[in-house]
Write a protein that binds this ligand. Sequence first.
Ligand SMILES: C[S@@+](CC[C@H](N)C(=O)[O-])C[C@H]1O[C@@H](n2cnc3c(N)ncnc32)[C@H](O)[C@@H]1O
Length: 254
Amino acid sequence: MNEALAAGQQWRADTYAKNARFVADLGQPVVEWLAPVAGERVLDLGCGDGALTEKLVALGCRVVGVDAAPDMVGAAKARGLDARVMSGTQLLFADEFDAVFSNAVLHWIKDADAVIAGVAQSLRKGGRFVGEFGGFGNVVACRTALRAVMLARGVDPAPLDPWYFPTADAYAARLAKGGFRVDRIELIHRPTLLPTGLAGWIETFGAAFLSALPAGERAAAVAEAERLLAPLLRDEQGRWFADYVRLRFAAAKP
Ligand SMILES: C[S@@+](CC[C@H](N)C(=O)[O-])C[C@H]1O[C@@H](n2cnc3c(N)ncnc32)[C@H](O)[C@@H]1O
């Protein structure tokens, strides 16, 4: 087991590309908040398979990507990127980046203070920390359904739930406590089309819940979550939308 990753969660580059390409595709606004300048040294924290890292490189940045999942780092390296296996709670850099960028990662790490401390240490004075991740109320319908199907099978879902979805106020307070000046922070409601439906989404993002069930019982649990959520998240054309809420922020190390 990889201790840095949420228990039961599997990060595989092949299923990520199939079910979750939208995550990087929808990351453009965070890149705009970063406003990268050619030649800057940027750390992409939780780079995944490197789709966004590659965009930062194309904009002229010198980018290092880190991610705790070896399979994702392998896919990023296959794009020719400088990607390294490293946990967001144990960053091994000091005063060397102009900016730390992170898309769709920080809600997977419950020890937010350790991440913030590592980012502060990695940045030079005046460096920026710009990111987006799940905010308060993110995927609340999906999360409730996953919890309900586990409860119905006699399993307490609380210890399985991998996510940290803070309010803007709570995260801003953590950033400030970690020594950052918070320039912008916003909670953004963003209903998101799921290209491979709810089942594909659960395959990539809900594994931590289902991992507590015997393999033979997982398909029935997914089908039950679909029955619960279809009236709420599936439109007349059969397309699934998840109730995403993002927390986007830009901070700086004074
Ligand atoms: C939803 S993906 C986002 C990947 C990429 N930033 C993107 O926009 O496509 C979340 C990533 O966070 C990584 N991750 C989860 N926990 C981590 C941790 N403790 N340290 C570093 N990376 C982590 C996963 O391995 C995964 O690649």
